[in-house]
Design a binder for this molecule. Structure first.
Ligand SMILES: [Zn+2]
Length: 376
């Protein structure tokens, strides 16, 4: 098989990838060739068929085996626009496909050398030849264009659901990509009366019907990220955990002017959020020198307060929401409030603990002590 032939058949696979694209699937296509003839083709189709195995290669292998009346596809070459995954590579090994040619490498799930190389496992395989990089640029561009367009349309949908106010900034999503130990789905709300259209982000983990819930208030220069270990520990123990980013922080919208911020307004936003989500038996978790000034415990839904003395953490993830000074109006405003800006109106059960939030073990220990202390 010459290089010219390989490029020719890869173009046929690309046509299949285009067809997948037209159908709204991730654009990957494959063809199976024997003796200079196309026997079968396949295109990626997991979405339409609700079928996680409907990769282009699987579709082509199935069609070819049906066509030949034999699951063994001796003498065939499989052309696919993207490096095959472990499932497809396994299927090719079972089908005894002697040669695989792929276009773009797949650094995330490629099983022909990028992540693992199943074809180089002597115990699994005796004879499959692999060639990668044929028309790699075209194959890869089709995929990266697809993902770029999809991100753009997701952003547009987000913006339509929560328009950005003229007097506010919104940290772009990519600033938060790949944060370690922060796997949770974002929740957004912009229709609480006190928000006046600003978009608030919060994490809401653990069972909705838990008898007790925890409201984790980040520090004055931080965001919900600093609670990732404590949140894991509490939610893992069956507790409902809410970790909002206050307006001006984290993934929430950031008014440009520090004067927009005041404790009474943040308090009102939080109370409306707690009402909206119907949190009950709430333990407020705050940090010394942080938002304990909000005196949230005045409201009837709270049963106690856990006050943490925790050293401020630093690192790129903590700075992610604040790409420049314009995004820092919230932390600037909060730094001047100090303690005692609010008053505790109701005597509540209170627990004070020292811990290192950035340390998983320390966070787990505090979670255990607090769950015991505030047992209902
Ligand atoms: Zn696959």
């Amino acid at each position: 098989m010459s290089e010219l032939d390989d490029a020719h058949w890869m173009r046929e696979a690309l046509a299949q990838a285009q067809a997948a694209l037209q159908a709204g699937e991730v654009p990957v296509g494959a063809v199976l060739v024997r003796g200079g003839r196309e026997i079968a083709s396949g295109r990626n189709a997991p979405i339409a068929g609700h079928d996680p195995t409907a990769h282009a290669e699987m579709q082509a292998l199935r069609a070819a085996a049906r066509q030949l009346g034999n699951y063994r596809l001796d003498g065939c070459t499989l052309y696919v626009t993207l490096e095959p995954c472990a499932m497809c590579s396994g299927a090719m090994l079972h089908a005894r496909v002697p040669r695989v040619v792929y276009g773009a490498a797949d650094p995330k799930t490629g099983a022909a050398g990028s992540v693992v190389n199943l074809f180089a496992e002597p115990l699994l395989n005796h004879q499959t030849q692999v060639a990668g990089g044929v028309l790699a640029e075209e194959c890869g561009a089709l995929l990266s264009d697809f993902f770029r367009a999809r991100r753009r349309s997701q952003r547009a949908q987000q913006l339509a659901a929560h328009p950005l106010r003229q007097d506010a900034l919104r940290t772009p999503d990519h600033a938060f990509a790949n944060l370690p130990d922060y796997p949770w789905a974002p929740h957004y709300v912009s229709d609480l009366p006190a928000l006046a259209g600003l978009r608030l982000h919060y994490l809401d983990e653990g069972p909705r019907d838990a008898t007790r819930s925890w409201l984790l208030l980040h520090g004055c220069a931080g965001w919900s990220y600093e609670y990732r270990h404590l949140l894991s520990a509490l939610a893992g123990a069956g507790e409902r955990v809410l970790a909002p980013d206050l307006i001006g922080f984290g993934k929430s919208d950031k008014p440009k002017k520090a004067a927009t911020h005041n404790p009474a307004w943040h308090r009102q936003v939080l109370l409306e959020l707690v009402d909206r989500l119907d949190l009950r038996q709430v333990v407020l978790v705050a940090q010394a020198g942080g938002w304990e000034a909000l005196a949230l415990n005045a409201a009837g839904r709270f049963v106690g307060e856990l006050l943490l003395h925790a050293p401020e953490a630093h690192g790129p993830a903590f700075d992610a929401p604040f790409p420049d000074a314009g995004h820092r109006a919230g932390p600037r405003a909060c730094a001047h409030w100090g303690e005692g800006a609010g008053t505790r109106l109701t005597p509540l059960r209170a627990l004070t603990e020292r811990c290192v939030l950035d340390d998983a073990q320390s966070a787990r220990t505090v979670a255990e002590r607090a769950m015991e202390y505030f047992s209902l």
